[in-house]
Design a protein around this ligand. Sequence first.
Ligand SMILES: Cc1ncc(C[n+]2csc(CCOP(=O)(O)OP(=O)(O)O)c2C)c(N)n1
Ligand SMILES: [Mg+2]
Length: 685
Amino acid sequence: MADDKTIQLAINTIRTLSMDAVQQAKSGHPGTPMALAPLVYTIWNRVMRFDPQDPIWPNRDRFVLSNGHASMLLWSVLHLTRTQAVDADYENLGHPSVSLDDIRHFRQLNSRAPGHPEYHWVSGVETTTGPLGQGVATSVGMGIAQKWLANRYNRPGFEIFDYNVYAVCGDGCMMEGVASEAASLAAHLGLDNLCWVYDNNHITIEGNTRIAFTEDIAARFLGYGWNVLRVGDANDIERIEHALEIFRKTQGRPTFIILDSHIGYGAPHKQDTAAAHGEPLGDDEIRLSKRFYGWPEDAKFLVPDGVYEHFAAGIGARGAKARQQWTELFASYRAKFPELATEVDQMQRRELPSGWDRNLPVFPADPKGIAGRDASAKVLNVLAQNVPWFLGGSADLGPSNKTTLTYEGAGDFQAENPGGKNLHFGIREHAMAATVNGMSLSKLRAFGATFFIFSDYARPAIRLSALMELPTIFVFTHDAMGDGEDGPTHQPVEQLASLRAIPGLVTLRPGDANEVVEAYRYVMQLRHEPAVLALSRQPLPTLDRNKYAPASGVARGAYVLADAPGGSPEVIIIASGSEVILAIQAHEQLLAEGIRSRVVSMPSWDIFEHQAQEYRDNVLPPKVTARVAVEQASTFGWERYVGTMGRIIGMKTFGASAPLKELQRHFGFEPDHVAAAAKELLGRK
Ligand SMILES: Cc1ncc(C[n+]2csc(CCOP(=O)(O)OP(=O)(O)O)c2C)c(N)n1
Ligand SMILES: [Mg+2]
């Protein structure tokens, strides 16, 4: 056991690095790192099983800093533990993840100490945080993943997955609705591998929490069914350690530790004030704080002798031993259960098992056709059987989304059945999206489903999946006005445009059953991008692929589905989803009138944008400027494909409550209207 002096030195190093970095950057959040340094010290140096030499070791404990503004806590501790950097190919790069120089360049371009924790930018960050509430909600997905992995892969004597998930959060996280959704779900699922530590400092940006946040938070978490503990002094590391010990012994429910703290601890004029939250302390206050800590007042970015060694002797030694034991265990596991071990390997590398796409359906031509969501149901059931770690669920709309896995043995994921592949997220779209991100961060292939309109409720987490480059899958049905009578509250208009605007998110709106299959085939092979599938509620005719181009064109985002005889069209109709058949009908009319038209099915702008210019020019020849886009969604953005001369048949208002057929007539989604627009462009009325 190290002496108290070394422990204080280690804790104060976290504090002073944080203060110095914020001061140097002239921006950042010093107060919370100063207050929570003892907590982070205790979790990392005394409790967590995490090997700084290998920050992606599969059975490591997870640490989530949900109050991401306190990022200097993480940069300090990653630096002091000398956590190593790894790359996207999971190779150890042989240098530290966060150097002292990075900390000196806190919040500057290219520094591995950015403003908030960014997964995929800094090794050792388990999830991107900053939007308050996201981190804790994501941690629930990590907890679910551990339970599922343990159930599938552990064998007597082989506890391959037994890690815990620690999340630190503040008042902001606790006020955000997503945290409530996630906390409710976590307790329902009995996630006893999950521990949230709540920084109860009574301070947010506008001042004391008495102005806006006066609930009894202990009662709230007791109400959810959490194990609620309290540590009355954030500087008492023995008490903190004891509470964490109780967490590890608690079974059947997650643990919530309320930690009373003083923001800006040690700063004589700023402690316990909102001023300590989000601005540099100033040189004088820093000097006084350092004096309070017994620190050399003028030293900057100082790591005193013995501090690195102290972390090496704590988490370094414990983590290395734990990983080594695990590695040996896994070697004998591999000998005994080679197939399961291969699965673990593939999953860790985000590879698909061989035969992952066998038995994917091929839908015969059928004028009556099948709904996008029904085609999706068939595909999901095949994929879930081919890929053991593919699972997911809906926010209480399984029967409507058709996302329930119905094959024998699929099962429901519940506390008492952690091997189930059907998750029931309840009516908690936001937490669902964050949770599937957490599962995805844990290397499961996870999907979440709801109506397309309620993607709005999930959007912050969808955005983060793209920012994190996670292959999360969002299955959204009822993608347009197909739910007619439900009316404008349920009819998406701007959702497609807004999701298309998220960088790195692959949005797909397939036009018939075979395009649905190809969309999933494409999405499954993604390793670093999330995908949104927008699927129809109503049946769409299954196109005759002998007559029209094969649906494999989906993999290029857009493709020539039907063309003028011999090519060289004079007008192009571009459509996605349910409007593809409309485009085909208009096209046939135009052909009959001797007009050389082409239909381009464009299920995905994002994928199309990534094709070579030559391919794009083949599909949309620049010289053909007579172009009509048809889509039952906001017209916003279609100018980029139809140009200034083109026409967009889309939505400029909200929808309305009426049977679908009437809505189609009312809003102009009819073949005659599309054909007329094409003819008008050609000056042939
Ligand atoms: C969703 C969201 N809303 C607003 C913000 C802006 N913001 C950053 S920190 C903060 C106050 C957080 O208070 P608390 O969690 O108590 O943090 P403390 O100051 O105690 O560290 C706010 C409003 C944010 N990051 N995310
Ligand atoms: Mg606070």
